[in-house]
Design a protein around this ligand. Structure first.
Ligand SMILES: Nc1nc2c(c(=O)[nH]1)N[C@H]1C(S)=C(S)[C@@H](COP(=O)(O)OP(=O)(O)OC[C@H]3O[C@@H](n4cnc5c(N)ncnc54)[C@H](O)[C@@H]3O)O[C@H]1N2
Ligand code: MOO
Ligand SMILES: [Mg+2]
Length: 402
């Protein structure tokens, strides 16, 4: 309680401070399987062509188009070329080689007749129809030329990008690695779910929620469960893990009462506590404790979740190099009126109907309303100057998925 009075700052100012505090993670070469959702740090140049060689697009017979121009014709089958065959025979005039999809086209062949146009013979084949030169041959380099940039620095690595990287032979990719986040809840009232609850106690939920949100943002949580409102216990838990994380994320213990364990432990130790002009999520803290970035979220569950969305998720994504680290911002019309505290940016929970272009608030503004939070698929942003919005008014909607 001896801490200095917090000053009130704007949402964007606190966001900028948190983004700067978290910074960026170093670039590392990670195996493709670990890269989903990460951002490529340097252009990826393909050393090879795609396809790497002329290959068949059909199961059928490699031929010379001129040899089947007068179809029906019968040709001797000189052998098989399954996919993966590397010792290629040359196709002699007036013969066919059975070939499978993806197998290299043998020298001497200039077309593939699909098996459906033949009798499927293995010694001799009767070809019913003619095919033009080049038929069903996928040309080397028609997709990717050797030496070309296949993925630009800044590209977000989804399934297709990772598939392409593998296809050109990359085993690892240069990416900013995922931030490691220590999630630590505080509160002497907290009890592990699955154990009996006494009157006055509640089940711990912020830690589970924040760790899941950290994972969903693409970062790596270490969930420490929770510590009681005891400064020594808080320090013991924090200090043990400090050296192995990029960010400490706490919940609870930052407001104006007694037993504000996070504030008591970290104020004057590098972390600044302030009031941010928003609802929910007014009491916030950020700074460095023994060199490690710390963001302290308020304990009310809705406040913790909204604060994570507004400040921490964008900072984590910026740390991994995402160019647009925030949620997309859409517009929708309110289906019912909303009241908001003037001078604070309000984030209400809502259900967005993108087809109708509407958004419906769920639950009230209370920061303890977890039931309504779990029904919501978006946040509704009400700007600071507005105290009242009517049904039909346009608002900004921030979709929460995934
Ligand atoms: N006199 C004042 N009192 C409060 C103010 C204020 O300005 N003056 N601000 C209010 C606001 S706004 C918020 S938000 C909360 C923030 O409180 P703390 O960060 O100190 O959090 P706690 O007091 O520890 O807990 C608040 C609330 O949330 C529940 N909680 C906490 N941790 C968890 C958890 N891990 N899982 C589930 N629920 C949790 C806790 O039981 C309390 O009900 O302060 C207001 N007070
Ligand atoms: O600002 Mo507190 O986060 O409303 O409940
Ligand atoms: Mg408190």
């Amino acid at each position: 309680m001896a801490n200095p009075a917090p000053r009130m700052i704007g949402v964007d100012e606190h966001l900028a401070a948190v983004v700067e505090l978290v910074g960026v993670t170093p670039v590392a070469e990670l195996p493709l399987a670990d890269c989903l959702g990460l951002v490529l740090a340097r252009d990826l140049v393909s050393a090879i062509a795609l396809p790497p060689f002329d290959n068949s697009a059909m199961d059928g017979y490699a031929v010379r188009a001129a040899d089947v121009a007068d179809a029906p014709v019968e040709l001797p089958v000189a052998g098989d070329i399954p996919a993966g065959r590397v010792d290629l025979p040359e196709l002699a005039h007036g013969t066919a080689l059975r070939i499978m999809t993806g197998a290299p086209v043998p020298p001497g062949a200039d077309a593939v007749v699909q098996v459906e146009l033949t009798d499927g013979g293995t010694e001799r084949v009767l070809v019913h129809g003619d095919v033009p030169e080049g038929a069903h041959i996928r040309r080397a380099g028609e997709d990717v030329r050797p030496g070309s940039v296949v993925l630009r620095a800044g590209a977000e690595l989804g399934a297709a990008q990772l598939g392409l990287a593998a296809a050109v032979g990359a085993a690892v990719l240069p990416v900013r690695r995922r931030p490691r986040v220590l999630v630590l809840s505080t509160g002497s009232e907290l009890v592990e779910p699955g154990t009996p609850l006494l009157h006055g106690q509640i089940y711990e939920s912020n830690g589970v929620m924040l760790a899941a949100a950290v994972t969903a943002a693409g970062a790596l949580p270490t969930l420490l469960r929770f510590v009681p409102d005891d400064v020594a216990a808080f320090h013991a838990a924090l200090d043990e893990h400090l050296s192995t994380v990029d960010l400490v994320l706490t919940s609870g213990g930052v407001s104006a009462g007694a037993y504000e364990v996070v504030k008591d432990a970290l104020a004057g130790n590098g972390v600044e506590f302030r009031k941010v002009a928003m609802q929910p999520g007014m009491p916030q803290g950020a700074g460095r404790y023994r060199g490690v970035p710390v963001v302290t979220l308020p304990g009310n569950p809705v406040s913790a979740q909204v604060s994570f969305e507004v400040f921490v998720r964008p900072a984590l994504r910026a740390a991994m190099g995402h160019r647009s680290p925030g949620r997309p911002r859409l517009s929708a019309r309110l289906t019912e009126p909303v009241r908001s505290p003037a001078g604070r940016r309000q984030f209400r929970r809502g259900v967005h109907d993108p087809v109708a272009g509407t958004v419906s608030p769920v639950g009230g503004p209370g920061s303890h309303l977890l039931g309504a939070l779990a029904l919501a698929d978006c946040l509704i942003e009400v700007p600071e100057p507005l105290a009242e919005l009517a049904a039909g008014d346009l608002v900004t909607v921030l979709p929460l998925a995934p």
